[in-house]
Design a binder for this molecule. Structure first.
Ligand code: ADP
Length: 305
């Protein structure tokens, strides 16, 4: 497992019940997974040599964060290691520009976008009226919990621009934010959890709480479910995939982004579903039958930082 954060810790708890031994690569034995596992190898999952040294004696390599050294994973894959999700998929998803282009190429609905090199490039586009307010800037490199996102509503927000390679997207008039977690195993079996509704904290651009099941219409539910199935099959990926959607005020469903790992839109599944997202992730990468993802009861999850 590349990463020993809170997702790694929750995966370790599930792995213990399945009798699977996990090893983690991360910067400190004190990280969350280290509090319940002795198998923390100290190193940096962004560093090529550390990832190769870590992976060479393991049977199967997976991730709890997408911001890992995918060149090292590609090398290990060439040497015959089993890596799920596949490194090419992780590389595509972690580059937000490539991810958006993928949706466009596959005709998957998403907000309109353009790519820019830095803040100066963006300011020039504003000046020459190639770009109009309002818009959303997203760093094309590592973003997490809203940290690589700036909402620019007017000239007063221009100082918020980050000087990084960016995707600039239309600001969606959001009615609700929704998410589905889906997984596929090597046999081609797929399973998804019920649709969740995420309520965001506007100032931090991060999740405040979520509600499951969502109260949207069957039409919106069916649309989200079929887009989720389409994305995992177009990516041809094995493992778990979280898909975040916007439902806009006209009733249109747009894909915001995906994450090829367990996700904070699925933590309620630990208590509220027959099997959790952590169980589903481990089952999918081990090519086990994917089990039952049904809810036992409605639930709400609060995000405490
Ligand atoms: P992160 O990867 O950091 O979670 P997201 O792309 O999910 O970043 O953006 C964080 C939040 O910012 C979204 O959940 C949403 O509330 C808001 N946001 C992002 N993109 C847009 C957009 N195009 N229009 C309106 N709001 C957006």
């Amino acid at each position: 497992m590349l990463g020993a954060g809170q997702l790694g810790r929750m995966l370790q708890q599930e792995a213990s019940t399945l009798g699977i031994e996990l090893y983690f690569l991360d910067k400190s034995k004190d990280f969350p997974a280290g509090q319940i596992s002795k198998n923390i190898i100290v190193g940096d999952f962004k560093n090529y040599d550390d990832v190769i040294a870590f992976g060479q004696d393991l049977d199967l390599i997976t991730i709890e964060i997408e911001n890992v050294n995918t060149d090292a994973l590609l090398y290990l894959e060439k040497k015959g290691k089993i890596i799920y999700p596949q490194p090419e998929v992780v590389a595509l998803i972690k580059a937000k520009g490539l991810q958006k282009q993928f949706y466009k190429d596959k005709k998957i609905p998403t907000s309109e976008f353009n790519l820019y090199d830095d803040a100066q490039d963006i300011k020039l586009a504003i000046k020459t009226q190639k770009l109009n307010y309002p818009f959303v800037q997203k760093s094309r490199l590592a973003g997490y919990d809203g940290k690589g996102v700036a909402v620019i509503r007017s000239e007063h927000d221009v100082e918020k621009l980050m000087s990084v390679p960016s995707v600039i997207e239309d600001l969606v008039n959001i009615d609700k934010e929704l998410a589905i977690i889906i997984a596929k195993n090597k046999n081609g079996e797929t399973k998804q959890f019920p649709l969740t509704e995420m309520v965001f904290n506007e100032s931090g651009n991060l999740l405040d709480h979520l509600i499951c099941p969502s109260t949207v219409s069957d039409e919106v539910l069916n649309k989200c479910q079929s887009i989720a199935t389409q994305i995992i099959s177009e990516l041809d990926m094995i493992g778990i995939l979280a898909i975040e959607f916007f439902l806009d005020k006209t009733g249109k469903v747009l894909v915001n982004e995906v994450a090829p790992r367990t996700h904070n839109s699925g933590h309620h599944t630990i208590d509220a579903n027959i099997n959790s997202q952590f169980n589903l992730h481990l089952r999918s990468i081990l090519n086990l039958s994917l089990g039952n993802t049904d809810s036992i009861k409605p639930s709400v999850m609060l995000n405490l930082l």
